[in-house]
Ligand binder design. Structure first.
Ligand code: GLU
Length: 324
């Protein structure tokens, strides 16, 4: 319960924009990034840009550059050089080694199939593929596990049973139980290939990030990140999980909804100001002319942002695409 509320944020804050270059950014991303940027700038804080390109199988060529272009098109800027996650993995890999050496994580050689077979009937609240701890305590290092089994070894964090209660500075109190939901979760997919949960924690710590504003699809990851911060002695940022943009059926926009991608909107002649104005109008901000992102900074507060998903219905879509 040590996460500060909106009112007692450390000022000035350090925020971040952390896109994954796995597909085109769409209006849902634009909205989350604008909120993160407005929040950082309104509090007189810094904001860093980090391209999360560690998942080699999902990263698409050219997407990192495209993400940067899209963010700049929206009128966002950031402090310091763009951080490319894959270009600085030494500290993340060192964190894996440290956690394994301290007995807080362990090597695992189970395949996805084996994990699913070991848990054929997940209990309510358990994710499919919850790890039952098969490899816990078997080998002291990843190298040893690989030598003994001839298989590549992942690393998993030891998760103890129990609920973790946290306060999201935007979404309010929430509790989760990673032990029953996911079990010992992966922090590296194999030696030298850190998993998202660990990479995000190490890199946020390294950049001194104090405020995280991101979509609430990541709320369920937060307790895992909190556990990793505790294990590594890193401070917890003030999390703010904002509701996503959804379609009329309530489904989140997927990265494959290319027709709503920022680059497609741009190609169709939609000006960046229209996208910004569209988001601003739905974020409790008064109109500004021209609707450049920076024009909204002084009036922005997360307190005026609604706590329900933003529905992209026909009217909202026409306003965005056709300007009416
Ligand atoms: N890169 C992640 C994504 O695009 C977001 C990471 C984070 O905000 O913690 O889903």
């Amino acid at each position: 319960m040590d996460t500060p509320s909106i009112d007692d944020l450390p000022r000035p804050s350090v925020g971040r924009l952390a896109p994954s270059p796995t597909g085109l950014l769409h209006v849902g991303h634009a909205r989350s990034f604008l909120l993160a940027w407005w929040h950082a700038r309104a509090s007189g804080g810094r904001i860093v840009l980090r391209l999360e390109d560690l998942d080699g199988d999902r990263v698409k060529p050219g997407m990192a550059e495209q993400c940067v272009r899209d963010l700049a098109w929206l009128g966002l800027d950031w402090d310091g050089p763009t951080i490319v996650q894959s270009q600085g993995t030494a500290e993340i890999d060192a964190a894996v080694t440290e956690l394994v050496a301290r007995g807080l994580a362990y090597p695992c050689v189970c395949s996805r199939k084996e994990i699913e077979a070991a848990q054929s009937a997940p209990h309510p609240g358990q994710e499919k593929g919850r790890y039952p701890g098969t490899c816990r305590g078997k080998w002291p290092t990843l190298a040893e596990a690989e030598r003994a089994t001839g298989k590549p070894a992942a690393a998993r964090l030891v998760v103890e049973p129990g609920r973790i209660e946290l306060v999201d500075a935007f979404a309010g109190p929430f509790a989760s139980d990673p032990w029953s939901e996911v079990g010992d979760f992966p922090i590296a997919r194999r030696a030298g290939a850190a998993a998202y949960q660990l990479a995000v924690v190490v890199d946020d710590g390294r950049a001194g990030v104090t405020v995280v504003v991101r979509g609430d699809d990541l709320l369920s990851s937060t307790a895992r990140q909190w556990l990793l911060q505790r294990a590594l002695g890193l401070p917890h940022p003030a999390w703010h999980h904002v509701p996503l943009v959804v379609d009329e059926g309530g489904r989140r926009l997927a990265k494959r909804s290319d027709d709503l991608s920022l680059s497609e909107l741009r190609t169709r002649g939609v000006p960046a100001e229209r996208v910004v104005a569209w988001v601003a109008r739905r974020s409790g901000l008064p109109d500004a002319e021209p609707a450049a992102a920076e024009r909204f900074v002084h009036a922005f507060t997360l307190k005026n942002v609604r706590r329900t998903p933003l529905v992209l219905d026909r009217g909202a879509l026409a306003e965005l695409v056709d300007g009416r």
